[in-house]
Design a binder for this molecule. Structure first.
Ligand SMILES: [Zn+2]
Length: 118
């Protein structure tokens, strides 16, 4: 059974998913993010040493941003899957319910703050 609260979390998660997918699409130049970080656009600044260094920095920043976005998207997908399975809001460590205020603040949460390794 899906409660009103879970419905609300589901629409939040779906919005978040769209937002993340858009951000990822921007990083990879509008192409589908299928082949991992190798799709990230290389910004051509120039051919001098400092310009090359700036290109590498820009690429590395995008790479790390893309990894964060990928991870966030995975968490959102996992939470949506849990809603589908009917296990949403249950801590994956201790099996007890996660408080609604934590889920409101972080809809993709799958663990209690105390149980979370992060
Ligand atoms: Zn727990």
């Amino acid at each position: 059974m899906m409660t009103a609260f879970i419905k609300q979390m589901k629409s939040k998660l779906e919005e978040e998913k769209k937002r993340l997918e858009q951000q990822i699409a921007q990083l990879v130049g509008g192409e589908k993010h299928k082949n991992g970080p190798n799709n990230i656009k290389w910004t051509e600044i120039g051919s001098k040493d400092d310009e090359n260094a700036a290109e590498v920095t820009s690429y590395e920043e995008k790479l790390s941003l893309s990894k964060n976005l990928d991870k966030a998207l995975e968490e959102v997908d996992a939470a949506l899957q849990k809603i589908h399975d009917g296990t949403y809001g249950i801590c994956s460590i201790c099996g007890n319910k996660i408080p609604e205020d934590r889920l409101e603040a972080f809809p993709a949460a799958t663990q209690h703050t105390d149980c979370s390794p992060a």
